[in-house]
Structure formats: C-alpha cells, structure tokens
Design a protein around this ligand. Structure first.
Ligand code: ADP
Ligand code: MG
Length: 247
C-alpha cells in the first residue's frame, strides 16, 4: 500500500480564451491529506484553474483526474457528486434559514434540496453535523439565521456546507478575503485543523497567511506553474522573486 495517494491530478491542463492561455499546461498532483496553497499575481490563472478543476470551465486541452477517474468534461454537477467540493458562493447559503438548517440542506443535497426543504427538520444536529459545526466554529450559532452571521461566520458556514458533503478534495479561493484579523486567524486555525483529515487546495495571495498554513506551495505565473516547494524554498527561488514576490 503506497503511503501517499494522489487525490487530484491534472495533465497539461489548458484553457484558452480567444487564443490567450489563461491556464497553460498545468500539471498538478495533490496528495491525500495535503493542504496545498496556490499563489501568484493577479491574473496568473489561479481562479481559472479552480474553475477547470470543478468543471465550471471546460479545458481546451488536458485532463483532470480524481483518484483513478478521468473527470474531464463530465460536467460540473457530476464532478461535484464525484467528490470535488468547491466552496459555495454566498448566494448558495439560505439566508432566512438557520445555520443548522443550511447544514441539513447541504448534507441532503444529493437527494435534492426541495425534498429536504419541505420535510420535517430535526432541531438537533446529527453527529456529523455537530462535528462539522465544531470544526468550523459554528457550534454556538446553530440556531441563528444565516442573515445574522458575521462575514467570517458566513464563510465558515459555506465551508461547513462543503464539508458535510464529505468531499474527497476541497477547493477554496481566497478563504480569508474580506475578513478581520481575528477572523483570518481563525480561518488559518480551521484550515490547519482540516489538513490531515481532508485534502484541501487553497488559493491565497497573502504570504503571511500562506506561511502560517502551508507546507507545499505552487506558484503560478502567466497561466503556468512556475515553481513548487515550501515557503522558504519559494522565497529563495530567483524566478519566483522576479515574477511575483519582488513586485
Ligand atoms: P487569478 O485568479 O490568478 O487572479 P484569473 O484566473 O481570474 O487569475 O484570470 C487569469 C487570466 O484569464 C486573466 O488575464 C483573466 O482576464 C483571464 N480570464 C479569466 N476568465 C476569462 C474568461 N472567461 N474570458 C476571457 N478571459 C478570462
Ligand atoms: Mg482569482
């Protein structure tokens, strides 16, 4: 039994918009339990890469593999069902529902949101929901309406909704964006806690934040992977300094 299993792998993943390669022959391998951070300047192709991984955007060429399955082009819904969990955007939280009710919707998403919305909802969390709430710091606000949450709590609820779907990999685009220093702190703790039990791929541009959470960093530049390594390796890499860190 190999001690490291690759959960997500891309092969020469490329997307061109009118001939412009926003993502250019990216080969990425994320191991099970890894917390990988992708950094890079604005426009480097980070968000577009996530769009390709979750099927929101179709690649012009190349492949995406989830464990031993080629998921290229199977569609966004099928990719989500196969275990690629991308943090929902804010509108996917039901603002008039409580935190717990949102978690219940998320854990029933496979069987359909409407069936769940019209069914009797237990006021108590299941063990899984309680654990997800604890890990995301939401245990004390399970009964609160989502509309009453702070910006940080709303982000954690979205993450909790992804977690309750038991994803094989979690994709996060700048999870601490817009957060206060205290919320950013808590998000770093949360991600560190997730690492090991979950496989997480995070886009982040704040190097201080990256250094707190990360073991292995992938640097993107003009759509391509420029370098990979630990924070100290990246900071000593001349090409990275010139393309990104030095600016
Ligand atoms: P990052 O997230 O690293 O800041 P993006 O992935 O958002 O970068 O964008 C990478 C490049 O691709 C940018 O130059 C952007 O303008 C371009 N791009 C992204 N999506 C599209 C699209 N749908 N059509 C045309 N150009 C796009
Ligand atoms: Mg982006």
């Amino acid at each position: 039994v190999p001690c490291t299993e690759t959960v997500l792998r891309t092969k020469d993943l490329t997307v061109k918009f009118d001939g412009f390669a926003a993502v250019n022959k990216v080969n990425l391998a994320v191991a099970r339990g890894e917390l990988r951070v992708i950094i890079g300047a604005n426009g480097a192709g980070k968000s577009t890469l996530l769009d390709l991984l979750c099927g929101k955007t179709l690649p012009t060429e190349g492949e995406v593999w989830l464990r031993d399955r080629n998921i290229t082009g199977i569609g966004e819904a099928a990719i989500a069902r196969s275990g690629v969990g991308r943090k929902f955007q804010t509108p996917s939280v039901f603002k008039e529902m409580t935190v717990l009710e949102n978690l219940q919707v998320a854990s029933n998403r496979r069987t359909g949101v409407f069936a769940n919305l019209f069914s009797w909802r237990s006021p108590r969390p299941t063990d899984v929901e309680a654990e997800v709430a604890a890990r995301t710091g939401l245990s004390d606000v399970l009964g609160r309406r989502a509309s009453e949450l702070s910006h940080g709590q709303l982000q954690w609820l979205e993450l909790a909704m992804v977690l309750s779907q038991d994803p094989k990999i979690i994709l996060l685009d700048e999870p601490a964006a817009g957060m206060t220093a205290a919320e950013t702190d808590k998000t770093a703790q949360l991600l560190l806690d997730l690492a090991g039990s979950h496989t997480v791929l995070v886009i982040e541009h704040d190097m201080a934040f990256v250094k707190r959470i990360c073991r292995k960093i992938t640097v993107m530049h003009q759509g391509a992977v420029l370098a990979e390594g630990t924070a100290s390796e990246i900071e000593r890499n001349q090409a990275v300094v010139e393309a990104y860190l030095g600016s």
